[in-house]
Design a protein around this ligand. Sequence first.
Ligand SMILES: Nc1ncnc2c1ncn2[C@@H]1O[C@H](COP(=O)(O)OP(=O)(O)O)[C@@H](O)[C@H]1O
Ligand SMILES: [Mg+2]
Length: 225
Amino acid sequence: MTSIEWRPSGANAQRTLVVGRSGTGKTTRARGLAALAPRAVWLDPKGLNEAGWPHIVQADLFADIGTAGGRAAALRDLLDQHGRIVVQLADRPDLGKTPKASDAAQVDAVAHAAYTLGNVLVAIDDLQGVMESAPTYYVMRVLTMGRSRGVGSLGMVTSVYRLPLDFVRQTNHILAFAQHMAEDVDRLRAIHPDLAQASDLEPYEYAWADLDTGTVRVFGPLAAN
Ligand SMILES: Nc1ncnc2c1ncn2[C@@H]1O[C@H](COP(=O)(O)OP(=O)(O)O)[C@@H](O)[C@H]1O
Ligand SMILES: [Mg+2]
């Protein structure tokens, strides 16, 4: 059986989407994957630290630095010290007229740091919230051009249907957990016919599609890690 190769960061860094309805095990699985990256930034818009990593920083730390080089240096120092960090959003009305605008500025600054620094995995929980409300400039840079800088991405979404199809098609890996909306299953089927089986999965089971090789494998629940 063809094995699936997953490259979180570095040469030929890949894009990964973890999709499925709430509570099916996306974040748990993504956490296990992200732990394989030597350097990782976990964007945590909900502020719950579901990654469970010990080092948490506020995103406004990057927003308050004006230059790409300064942002990258700040991130490099943190990653040198901690390897993998969780980044949460601070309440900073001064960074935007609305909470959304402030959040977007903060997310953008973090993505800017990662994109400039290179060789890092950027994990984004609730990618759909980030894409829908504010597909910020540097998030798009990370997602579409990160590969050339060794920047991989790992996005968690509850509805793949809400993401732009072009973007989903350019993804290297899709881990599809149980779905409930017909639109999402249809979208998955359009990307790879074998992903349609995501409609029949039990919680914690998932179909992993390696879209580069066209391989789809179904995995049972793994020990939560
Ligand atoms: N493979 C698993 N085996 C047992 N429990 C799991 C497994 N994966 C996730 N869980 C538990 O199920 C709940 C939801 O998982 P989570 O990863 O947060 O789902 P999602 O991100 O899709 O909402 C959590 O309490 C988690 O600990
Ligand atoms: Mg989750």
